[in-house]
Write a protein that binds this ligand. Structure first.
Ligand code: PLP
Length: 491
C-alpha cells in the first residue's frame, strides 16, 4: 500500500497547532511557571514534536506495519529459524497479571505460582533433552552456546585439565565458532563428508587431549540426521571431551529422540523457534541450556528449586555451588519462557511428538515437489528442512538464489534462508514447519516453479512490488541509519 501516511514521516505530516485532543480550558487557577519549575530547568522552546491528529498517527503506524512480512501475514519458510505460527492464546496467557505484572525483585514467597511454572519448564526441557540439569537464564540460542562453553571451561578447570580447542563441522551455524572464540577457545573446523554428514574419520584424526568440546547440530543445517552421532560422541568422550548439541533444530526430533540419549552432554534450546515465541528482528528470545548431572554444579544461577515442606512444595531461587555466575539479569526472558510452557502444556507428550512428525512430513512433501527444478544436493529425504541449490540455474541462465528469494517477495512469500549453510553453492534453505497446510505448500511450490521459468531479467530486477527493493545489506549492517536526520542532533 502506498499512501501518504505510509510513505511520509510524521514530522513531514505535521501541521503546527494540530492536536489529537482539544481539552477545555483549565478551571484550576494558574500558578506562575517559575514557582513550579525554575527557569534554569526549563528549555526555552517546546521540543519539535510532530503535531498531528490521532487518525494521522494511527494510519501512519498501521500502514507501516503492513509493509513488512510476518508469520501472521505470509508463509515464512526461513530455514533454521523455525518461523512457525505463534498461537495468540499464548500471547494472552503470558500477559496474565500473575506473569506479566510480576516485578523481578518480588520475593519468592509472593511469586510461588510463577516459580512453579518456571520449575516445571526446567523439568520439561530436561526431559525432552534427556539432560536433566537446566538453567533458563540465557537470553537466546547464541548466549546459550556461550553459557555452555563457559560451563565446560569451568568443569575442565576444576578437574585441572587444560583443554583449548572447540571443534565444529563446516556446516555449523556462525554462532558456534563465534561462541567458542568468545569463550576463549581455539576454533577448529571439520570438513563435511560428501554426503553432508560429519566424517567420523576426519573427526577422529583431529581430536585429542586438547579437545574441550565438539559442537554439532543434529539434525544438521542441511536437514540431515547425523546417523553416526552415537559413534561420534563415543570418540569425543574417549579423548575426554564433551559433546555440545546446538538445539536450533529440535523441531525435527521432539519426543522422538533425545540429545542426551544419542551422546550429547549439553545443549541449548531456542524457545522462540521451537516453542513459538514470536521472533525476528533480533529478539526477544530465550536460550535455556540443559546439561548432564556432572556439569550441573557450574550452571549460572538462579535456578528454581523445589523443596517439599509439611505445607506442600515451595519453590526458591538457588545458585549452584561452583556456578560460573550470572549470564543476564534476573531469571531469564520470562515472557518468552512462559509462552514455551503454555505450548508444551497445551500439546502434551503426544502432541509434542506430532509437532516433529508433521514438520518432517511437510518438509519432505515440499522437497519432493521441488527437487526437479531446484535440486537438493544432499539426499532425497530430509528432516524438518532441506537445502536446495540454484547452482544449475546460475550456470545455465545466470539466475541466483538471491534472485529467486527476492522474486518470492513479489509472490507474497517471505524468502527462505539463502547462502547458508556455506557448504552448498547458491543455497536456499527451506523450512515449512508443521503449522502450514498442504494447500499452502502446494501454492508455494507452484510459485517457485513459475519463478524459475521466468525471464532472467525479471528475476534480476526483483522485487517489483515491495516498498524497498534491494538494499545494500552490508552497508545496512555496518552503517545503519537509525534516525531521521531532521530529528537528530547534528553530527
Ligand atoms: C538460530 C540458530 C542459532 C542461534 O540462536 P539465536 O537464538 O538466534 O541466538 C544457533 N544455531 C542454529 C543452527 C540456529 O539456527
Amino acid at each position: 500500500m502506498r499512501n501518504q501516511a505510509a510513505t511520509q514521516l510524521l514530522s513531514e505530516l505535521s501541521v503546527p497547532g494540530r492536536r489529537a485532543a482539544v481539552f477545555p480550558p483549565s478551571d484550576v487557577p494558574d500558578r506562575p511557571l517559575d514557582e513550579l519549575i525554575p527557569t534554569r530547568f526549563r528549555s526555552s522552546a517546546p521540543p519539535p514534536l510532530p503535531e498531528l491528529t490521532e487518525p494521522d498517527v494511527v494510519r501512519h503506524f498501521v500502514n507501516l506495519s503492513t509493509l513488512n512480512m510476518c508469520v501472521d501475514t505470509h508463509f515464512y519458510p526461513l530455514g533454521s529459524c523455525t518461523m512457525k505460527y505463534n498461537p495468540k492464546r499464548h500471547e494472552r496467557l503470558a500477559r496474565l497479571s500473575g506473569i506479566g505484572d510480576v516485578h523481578p525483585h518480588a520475593r519468592a514467597e509472593d511469586t510461588q505460582g510463577l516459580l512453579e511454572m518456571l520449575y516445571e519448564l526446567q523439568e520439561m526441557l530436561g526431559e525432552i533433552a534427556g539432560l536433566p540439569a537446566v538453567t533458563l537464564q540465557p537470553a537466546a540460542g547464541a548466549q546459550g552456546e556461550f553459557t555452555a562453553l563457559l560451563v565446560a571451561a569451568a568443569y575442565f578447570r576444576d578437574r585441572g585439565e587444560r583443554r583449548t580447542r572447540v571443534l565444529f563441522p563446516s556446516s555449523a551455524h556462525g554462532t558456534n565458532p563465534a561462541s567458542a572464540a568468545l569463550a576463549g577457545f581455539d576454533c577448529v573446523q571439520l570438513n563435511s563428508s560428501v554426503n553432508g554428514l560429519v566424517d567420523v574419520r576426519e573427526l577422529t584424526s583431529k581430536i585429542d587431549e586438547s579437545t574441550a568440546v565438539f559442537m554439532i547440530t543434529n539434525p544438521n543445517t542441511l536437514g540431515l540426521f547425523e546417523k553416526d552421532i552415537a559413534e561420534i560422541a563415543r570418540r569425543v568422550h574417549d579423548v575426554g571431551g564433551l559433546v555440545y548439541i546446538d538445539g536450533a533444530n529440535m523441531n525435527a526430533i521432539l519426543g522422538i529422540t533425545r540429545p542426551g540419549d544419542f551422546g550429547g552432554d549439553m545443549m541449548h534450546y531456542n524457545v522462540h523457534k521451537t516453542f513459538t515465541g514470536p521472533h525476528g528482528a533480533g529478539g526477544p528470545g530465550a536460550g535455556p541450556i540443559a546439561v548432564r548431572p556432572l556439569l550441573a554444579d557450574y550452571l549460572p544461577g538462579p535456578i528454581i528449586a523445589r523443596k517439599d515442606t509439611p505445607d506442600g512444595p515451595r519453590y526458591e531461587l538457588t545458585t549452584p555451588p561452583k556456578s560460573i555466575g550470572r549470564m543476564r539479569s534476573f531469571f531469564g526472558n520470562v515472557g518468552i519462557l512462559m509462552r514455551g510452557w503454555f505450548y508444551l502444556r497445551t500439546l502434551g507428550a503426544q502432541g509434542v511428538r506430532e509437532v516433529s512428525e508433521t514438520a518432517v512430513l511437510n518438509a519432505n512433501y515440499l522437497l519432493a515437489k521441488l527437487k526437479d527444478v531446484l535440486p537438493v544436493s544432499h539426499g532425497d529425504r530430509c528432516m524438518h528442512e532441506f537445502v536446495a541449490s540454484a547452482k544449475g540455474l546460475k550456470a545455465e541462465r545466470g539466475v541466483t538464489a538471491m534472485d529467486i528469494a527476492k522474486r518470492l517477495l513479489d509472490f507474497g512469500y517471505h524468502a527462505p534462508t539463502v547462502y547458508f549453510p556455506l557448504v552448498v553453492a547458491e543455497a536456499l534453505m527451506i523450512e515449512p514447519t508443521e503449522t502450514e497446510s498442504r494447500e499452502t505448500l502446494d501454492l508455494f511450490a507452484a510459485a517457485i516453479r513459475e519463478i524459475v521459468a521466468e525471464d532472467p531479467q525479471t528475476l534480476r530486477d526483483a522485487p517489483h512490488r515491495t516498498s524497498v527493493r534491494r538494499p545494500d545489506e552490508v552497508a545496512a549492517g555496518r552503517r545503519p541509519v537509525v534516525c531521521w536526520q531532521g530529528a537528530c542532533e547534528p553530527a
